[in-house]
Design a protein around this ligand. Structure first.
Ligand SMILES: [Zn+2]
Length: 315
């Protein structure tokens, strides 16, 4: 079944078919694997000393252990998950954590711990091991480098580098082959979100686990996403400079908020329309205009409020 009101999704934006139980598990490199239900992704390292799980999306749920069992049986290694690394605190990437019980060692950023304790959801226990900037995890002869480089999608979102597997896992910023969903992919720190792909590209890697949809990402996917965001930023700068706010406020006076709406809607429209046109057929779902419009709004507001100026100084 397809959505008749939208353009067809290019096959290159789709991942492998899932099995009868609704998951696909694929080798990334050597003993690093990723699991997807076509919308969410997790990953795991199958070592001689046990399995290290990276994220536990509830939509994959019990299929995480099924995927581990499948690989462990084929490779003749333990299927016991001994460690679980949180990319960030959001429930949609961690809500199946409690399926792995109380003995698994959970690892995450110190802010992930604070936020999980705040949220108090027993489905996602707070990490036992936390770090502020960097943490090296060594299990079964494998090394994983965890790093926090500032807030982006969430305050606690970390970079997970697998130097022995030529892979970076970084969640909820780049959607391989697809546009971000609403509001810069539901991000809290817009300048951090906009700068994150350059940090991701500063690591050496060939394979990128982005957390969403069905396939792994490439460096080219990250570059296309970066260009999409750069195009929105350039378009927003142009629109902010060229749309005259005065007529909107004059027409709406004394309903100042109606003036705000008229002005900002016009800036958003002028920002987003050319970007939607450019990326339809390039990034999947670019023709779902609300995504680029809300991302344009978020970036345009960040240009005003974070970068400044927010407006002219009264004479
Ligand atoms: Zn998230």
């Amino acid at each position: 079944m397809t959505s008749p009101e939208y353009a067809p999704i290019p096959p290159s934006a789709l991942g492998p078919a899932v099995n009868d139980q609704g998951y696909y598990v694929g080798r990334v490199e050597r003993n690093l694997y990723y699991v997807t239900d076509s919308v969410y992704q997790a990953a795991f390292l199958a070592t001689p000393d046990g399995v290290v799980m990276f994220d536990a999306p509830p939509s994959i749920g019990h299929n995480l252990q099924r995927a581990v069992d499948e690989v462990a049986a084929a490779e003749g290694v333990s299927n016991k998950v001994t460690h679980l690394v949180y990319s960030h605190h959001h429930d949609d990437h961690s809500g199946a954590s409690s399926l792995f019980g109380g003995d698994v060692v959970r690892i995450g950023h110190e802010e992930t711990k604070r936020l999980l304790l705040r949220d108090g959801n027993p489905a996602r226990p707070a990490p036992d091991i936390t770090f502020a900037d960097q943490y090296t995890l060594e299990v079964g002869g494998e090394r994983v480098e965890l790093a926090w480089h500032g807030p982006n999608h969430s305050p606690d979102n970390i970079y997970i580098h697998f130097p022995g597997h030529d892979t970076l896992m970084f969640i909820d910023v780049v959607n391989a082959g697809w546009v971000p969903i609403y509001n810069t992919n539901l991000s809290e720190d817009v300048p951090g979100y906009m700068g994150a792909p350059a940090i991701a590209l500063s690591y050496p890697w060939t394979h990128f686990i982005c957390g969403h949809l069905g396939r792994l990402a490439t460096r080219d996917d990250v570059a296309v996403h970066q260009q999409y965001i750069a195009d929105i930023e350039a378009s927003a700068r142009e629109a902010l400079a060229s749309v005259d706010p005065v007529p909107f406020y004059t027409a709406a006076w004394p309903n100042f908020w109606a003036g705000v709406k008229g002005h900002l809607d016009a800036v958003t429209e002028r920002t987003a329309a050319p970007v939607v046109a450019k990326y339809t057929g390039v990034l999947a779902a670019a023709d779902i205009e609300i995504f680029t419009y809300t991302t344009s709004f978020a970036i345009m507001q960040s240009l005003r409020l974070d970068s400044g100026p927010s407006g002219p100084v009264h004479p």
